[in-house]
Write a protein that binds this ligand. Structure first.
Ligand code: LRH
Ligand code: MN
Length: 424
């Protein structure tokens, strides 16, 4: 491990006085502050195995060096993130990009770093070299039953890998759809996809969930067969109690009100989890909170209010996962920034006085309602997030410590400047 507890302790020691000074204003409301810090310590975000290398676009990819060359090195990198912020305690695998050669050994390696396995992701949006049937015209929606069966079998295989790793959920994102009017009978495509998902659902262990991830466009640009929250909810409701929707923040049409979508999916008990990222235009997969931090805060406001209304456990009842791609930033620095942004939005949402907000709403006092929200959003909760890290044995300033220890240079030294990771 490139980072040990002494280095973290030394780093914290040098920053403790300033941290205590920044935390001082919070000691007034001890109960509220302590409650928020405890919730932050319990809250873990799963890191995507496909986002530990430099991503690219069809125009180019500019690897930064020292990228993980194997699943083991990916687990080590997530272990490093978790050592730094104690909030990245899970890894989400994508199959076949990250098939464990020895599941027991992989599970052990992860456990030694304090990591568990969150949702496993299937991939029927690419043709693998040895694949008999092509997914060019879709997978679970395909008009050819042989193609659908191949995709069903793949998802069942992914569940098997997940069971061996201790995962409890499968994420199904389908690139299925059409690029031109006339290409597809929407109803029949939905029905074929539903019947295929039923076969996958039937293979779920009783304590597993399946997340149906929707996306408005790309790689199909006329219709997507799971194109929005409504169609994803329809599949999840028709499939049964173990099926849920998954909200990838980048998968909406411009100006969609994602916080309202989250509120309604939660109300229906069909919100399964998130793929956190940020975007300005399409599925840009940018750092969480880097473009629209207020939207992220508003989403967490709906989550806190909606989960408390259902008596849900914030840390364990939903799937909290990042899904991002790094074209110009160091992948690990980008992920550290994303986890921090998620923790900040969550802490700010926990600050909201929901009772006062309800009173303002019942009085149609729109101004006060906005003031209550923006007061929380304009509150610097970073000392609380840092205190939660400190108490959990992490670094007060993860990004600074990552650079102080020249971790990327060390990784390049170990893995080479040309090392390329599997994934996006
Ligand atoms: C599709 C998506 C999906 C993954 C992939 C890597 O855009 O968000 O969640 O399978 O990215
Ligand atoms: Mn996603």
């Amino acid at each position: 491990m490139l980072l040990n507890s002494d280095q973290i302790a030394q780093h914290n020691e040098a920053r403790l006085a300033k941290h205590k000074q920044q935390l001082a204003p919070w000691t007034g409301e001890v109960d509220k502050t302590e409650a928020i810090i405890e919730k932050l310590m319990a809250y873990q975000v799963a890191i995507p195995s496909w986002a530990l290398g430099t991503g690219g676009t069809r125009f180019g990819r500019f690897p930064g060096g020292g990228e993980p060359r194997s699943l083991d090195e990916k687990i080590d990198d997530v272990g490093l993130l978790h050592a730094l912020n104690r909030s990245s305690g899970a890894i989400s695998l994508h199959i076949p990009w990250d098939i464990p050669a020895d599941a027991a050994a992989t599970r052990e390696r992860a456990a030694a770093l304090g990591l568990t396995f969150d949702a496993v992701n299937s991939n029927t949006f690419q043709d693998q070299a040895d694949q008999p049937e092509s997914y060019k015209f879709g997978s679970l929606q395909h008009v050819d039953a042989a193609v659908r069966q191949q995709a069903i079998d793949h998802n069942i295989e992914v569940i098997r890998h997940g069971v061996e790793l201790g995962s409890k959920s499968l994420t199904v994102w389908l690139s299925d759809g059409s690029c031109f009017p006339g290409q597809l009978n929407f109803r029949q495509a939905f029905q074929r996809t539903y019947e295929s998902l039923q076969a996958i659902y039937a293979a779920l262990p009783p304590d597993w969930k399946v997340f149906v991830e929707y996306k408005a466009f790309e790689p199909n640009f006329y219709s997507m067969t799971v194109g929005d929250w409504g169609s994803s909810l329809l599949y999840a409701q028709k499939l049964g109690p173990q099926a849920y929707t998954l909200v990838d923040l980048g998968h909406h049409l411009p100006n969609a009100n994602i916080e309202q979508i989250v509120s309604l999916l939660l109300m229906e008990g069909k919100l399964g989890g998130f793929h956190f990222n940020d975007s300005k235009y399409g599925d840009d997969d940018l750092t969480v909170g880097s473009i629209r931090p207020y939207q992220l805060f508003l989403i967490f406001n709906e989550l806190v209010e909606g989960m408390d209304a259902r008596g849900m456990n914030h840390a364990s009842d939903l799937g909290w996962m990042i899904d991002a791609s790094h074209n110009v930033k160091d992948p690990l620095e980008d992920l550290l920034q994303s986890v921090e942004a998620i923790q900040i939005a969550y802490a700010q949402a926990l600050l909201i006085d929901q009772a006062r907000l309800a009173d303002a709403r019942n009085a149609n006092d729109v101004v006060t309602a906005q003031e209550i929200l923006q007061d929380a959003f304009r509150t610097d909760v970073r000392p609380l997030v840092a205190e939660a890290r400190l108490r959990a044995g992490g670094a007060l300033a993860p990004l600074a410590l990552f650079r102080e220890q020249a971790i990327r240079q060390q990784l390049i030294g170990q893995r080479g400047a040309k090392a390329i990771a599997t994934g996006l």
